[in-house]
Write a protein that binds this ligand. Structure first.
Ligand code: FES
Ligand SMILES: [Fe+2]
Length: 428
């Protein structure tokens, strides 16, 4: 697939034909093809465990939070029995949007079109004219809201999947996913600050995801942060000192890593990574980035092949003094997010990269993801984790695209379980 590829003459084909894992090449078609995008919604987002929100956002009965699974909008609710529900935000009568608020408190969700009313658990509890107009022809029990097939949480982070055949959340996360979330969960005494920052960038969602493993770009893309002293990159990047963890189903962690002294004595993940100025970045496949030592979470929600919504959740210790809270807020809005200095740089790059994938001639030239390929070895950490200790590389990115192709080509969860590449050992 080097140089002039077959891509220009190809309408479709297995996803694996777009990702050349041998040579570390990725066909640009996957960033702008409509059919591929629709297949992603079906085969990745409707199948995966998607991050919904943190438990602190739906603490009490009636609390709700609006989010998405692919292009499907869902309402995460805490019902009167204390259970968390993930409900499709679409009335069963004519499909109107039920809830328009991004988060809040409600007793029920009444459709603004004809007034069908749904409980916090999604049951249809009220229908105007139920007796007089329907005259016994509507069974309310059959017309509750669509909902996630499975909902579960790990250390306070709520996930949901639309696929009843998906493995349980713990199995799905595997070691790499759990280590990633542990960085954010800390002692579990955390909460999300009110106000999720949201903005849209004109890029394909995968380019936003692959950038989170990218420790090659900061000195160039974010040079202004460094020179203005906003954020001194040189002290934090450790480009010659990096670690990578690759996990089943596409989860990965990559970034700065300097072994703390006495690591051998470390007893848990926090001890192992906790003394680093910046920890490596985990991605929970497909689209949850645990950023900045787990103080922020970023979702990359697809809105078509050329548009991505970027959401930022800011996490703080529950007992953090007000002044510290304010500082965290300031940092959160100035670093990433719509007003963030760094995201301005990144977003522009991703948008331009996406734009160039539309052209027929450009599509003949695959993108290069082979930095470090074949040069590194997986070793056992003192904690028993499998990891790579190396310099700046593109292992995390290539792993993501390899997993992407496996998800796209599998007809079912059973097939994905059987055919996915397990976390590697030996040379990578
Ligand atoms: S569309 Fe919701 S009640 Fe008719
Ligand atoms: Fe960046």
């Amino acid at each position: 697939m080097n140089q002039a590829t077959k891509a220009s003459a190809r309408d479709a084909g297995p996803a694996s034909s777009y990702v050349d894992t041998e040579n570390g090449l990725v066909d640009r078609t996957i960033f702008s093809d409509e059919a591929i995008y629709h297949r992603e919604l079906e085969r990745i987002f409707a199948r995966a465990w998607n991050f919904m929100c943190h438990e602190s956002q739906v603490k009490e009965a009636g609390d709700f939070f609006l989010t998405r699974i692919g292009e499907d909008q869902v309402i995460v609710t805490r019902d009167k029995k204390g259970a968390v529900n993930v409900l499709l935000n679409s009335c069963r009568h004519r499909g109107n949007t039920l809830c328009r608020a991004e988060q809040g408190k409600a007793r029920s969700f009444m459709c603004p079109y004809h007034g069908w009313n749904y409980g916090l658990d999604g049951k249809l509890v009220g229908v105007p004219g139920y007796e007089e107009f329907y005259r016994g022809g509507l069974d309310r029990d059959e017309w509750g809201l669509g909902h996630a097939a499975q909902v579960d949480s790990y250390k306070g982070f709520i996930f949901a999947t639309m696929d009843p055949d998906a493995p349980g959340l713990l199995e799905y996360l595997g070691e790499t996913g759990r280590v990633g979330l542990d960085i954010a969960a800390k002692d579990e005494n955390i909460e999300v600050l009110p106000g999720i920052q949201k903005n849209r960038i004109g890029c394909n969602w995968k380019l936003a995801v692959d950038n989170l493993f990218d420790w090659y770009h900061p000195t160039i893309s974010h040079a202004s942060s460094d020179r203005s002293d906003f954020f001194p990159l040189q002290d934090t990047l450790y480009q010659m000192n990096q670690m990578v963890m690759l996990g089943d189903y596409g989860h990965a962690i990559a970034g700065p890593f300097v072994k703390p002294e006495g690591e051998d004595a470390a007893s848990d993940v926090e001890n192992t990574y906790g003394t680093q100025p910046i920890m490596p970045h985990p991605n929970i496949f497909p689209n949850l980035w645990i950023a900045l030592n787990g103080t922020q979470l970023s979702l990359r929600l697809p809105r078509g092949p050329f548009e991505t919504e970027i959401w930022w959740f800011t996490l703080v210790q529950k007992d953090l003094p007000a002044e510290e809270r304010r500082k965290t807020q300031l940092f959160a809005t100035h670093f990433f997010g719509p007003g963030g200095l760094l995201e301005q740089d990144d977003g522009e790059n991703w948008a331009h990269s996406t734009r160039a994938t539309k052209g027929i001639a450009n599509r003949r030239y695959p993108l290069h993801y082979a930095m470090g390929k074949g040069k590194d070895k997986v070793v056992d950490s003192p904690l028993g984790h499998k990891r790579v200790e190396t310099v700046v590389n593109e292992h995390g990115q290539l792993w993501t695209y390899k997993a992407w192709a496996e998800w796209m080509d599998a007809d079912s969860w059973d097939e994905l379980k059987q055919n996915h590449t397990p976390a590697p050992t030996g040379r990578i």
